[in-house]
Ligand binder design. Sequence first.
Ligand SMILES: *Cc1c(COP(=O)(O)O)cnc(C)c1O
Length: 231
Amino acid sequence: MNTGMVERVAAIRERVAQACARAGRDPEAVALVAVSKKQPPDAIAEAAAAGLTVFGESRVQEAAQKIPQCPGRLEWHLIGHLQTNKVAGAVALFSTIHSVDSWRLLDAVERAAAAAGVRVRALIEVNVSGERSKFGLPPEEVPGVLERGAGLARVEVVGLMTVPPFEPDPERVRPFFAALREGRDRWARESGLALPELSMGMTGDFEVAIEEGATCVRIGTGIFGAREAIP
Ligand SMILES: *Cc1c(COP(=O)(O)O)cnc(C)c1O
């Protein structure tokens, strides 16, 4: 067992607990997704041995290669951009897709899930900053996708996800997290979907995200250290 891993996981959990305490929230209400993209199966096994159970991958192809080499009891989430031609692979590997950014993609996931006989949880990725380099639906297009998404049989739309612009000072991304929560509150009322999940916050800004209502933080380097290239 790599003690560095155990200590890093404990430190992240402690910071999650402190952010929850500041916000008057229950730490049980914040799920930790260990972002294992570009990490080898050995490192993932170490993180699992340190008690982590939910892992996030960015690419279907990388996940398809690695997951069979990882401990079997883990839960896998897709957090990276998904192309419609990869949905069959995605629904076979992932219980939850955080990065649905169009009705076309949501509908393709529904059909792939039906074909595979599985159910999938989906979050709608929202581009709250309007930054052009970012994936995600413009906020004004979210209600239409939610309205159609409410009628799906295989995909449960459980919430929203965002990746804010990179800022060295996490306080500068607080408005984007607050905007996602406020959007969620409004769109949940309008759509009739509960939308309990807010996937927001990474290593550099997860505490601010928790203070603004994150139910799921996606942490890579804070758990694994710097990402290695896969040989
Ligand atoms: C890589 C990635 C993360 C994790 O980033 P860290 O800064 O390493 O914690 C979280 N979310 C998404 C969408 C990512 O691509």
